[in-house]
Design a protein around this ligand. Structure first.
Ligand SMILES: [Zn+2]
Length: 286
């Protein structure tokens, strides 16, 4: 077993070559030697069961592992009853769509601290997430794991520590570590091997199980300001970080088996392949 690599959504080149639908993506990705795909429901879960199953079967036939991204509107810290109801619905719909597609992971954004006291907002988020995990359990989709993601803007909930706390609620919850987002919210704080090591060691200490090695990764280069994340960047855009190579070394040395998803804005498949090549080179030299 090894790490798996793939894009979030389809590259610009996929459409430039005349492809129109994600149903055509499995063959395209297979030809490029990729092994994972993240389907985004960022703007809402709008898919019929038969379409979802068809897409899922296509990826399964090529041995490509699927994950889905839940709507961006989820906010675990909301105090508004209507918004809380919607958040629960987004979780329900994302889990159901993932189940239809055969996707094992649902990635979601924990939400926002707004202008108020961060600890209070996060305390509320933890309580609400516990309720959600209970509710979701009744769907009976035990094979689908919820994955809270580290977020890139400083006023968003989703520091590494916060994501690990959300994962403490249940062993089924797997962290989604977006290294670009961590880099942006710490103003470029991931500079090399030692910084990655510190993150991975903290995960090992906090989780103390295979989730610390087989978690979900989002990786892209990123532009940031004082407020954190500004814009994801393709690898070809010069002058942005973080550098993937030191992480690849640690992944290989520690025998980690994460799913690594590229969230580059236009070259996600190409950049996923670049990461896979970097990783395989280190792994084969060990
Ligand atoms: Zn995300």
């Amino acid at each position: 077993m090894a790490a798996l690599f793939g894009p979030s959504g389809n590259s610009q080149s996929f459409y430039d070559e005349g492809h129109k639908s994600t149903a055509e993506a499995p063959d395209w990705l297979k030809e490029r030697g990729l092994d994972a795909f993240e389907y985004s429901f960022g703007r809402g879960v709008r898919i019929k069961e038969d379409t979802a199953r068809e897409i899922g079967n296509g990826f399964a036939a090529q041995g490509i592992v699927m994950s889905v991204h839940a709507p961006f509107y989820i906010n675990l810290a909301s105090t508004d009853e209507e918004k809380k109801k919607n958040t629960l619905r987004y979780f329900n719909e994302s889990m159901t769509a993932a189940h239809w597609m055969g996707a094992k992971r649902v990635i979601f954004h924990p939400g926002s601290a707004g202008g108020e006291n961060r600890d209070e907002a996060f305390g509320r988020a933890l309580d609400f997430f516990e309720e959600i995990v209970d509710e979701i359990g009744s769907l009976g989709y035990g094979e689908v794991h919820l994955c809270p993601e580290t977020l890139g803007k400083i006023n968003q909930l989703g520091t590494l520590e916060e994501v690990l706390q959300l994962c403490h609620i249940d062993k089924q919850i797997i962290p989604a570590i977006d290294f670009g987002h961590l880099y942006a919210r710490t103003a470029g704080g991931i500079k090399g091997r030692d910084d990655y090591k510190r993150i991975l060691d903290m995960m090992e200490d906090e989780l103390a199980d295979e989730r610390a090695r087989n978690f979900h990764i989002h990786f892209s280069h990123i532009e940031y300001t004082k407020q954190g994340e500004k814009k994801h960047r393709d690898f070809k855009d010069e002058g942005y970080g973080p550098d993937f190579a030191p992480l690849a070394e640690l992944m290989a040395e520690r025998n980690m088996q994460p799913v690594v998803i590229s969230e580059s804005p236009t070259m996600m498949a190409e950049d996923a392949r670049t990461m896979k090549d970097i990783y395989l080179k280190v792994k084969n030299s060990l």
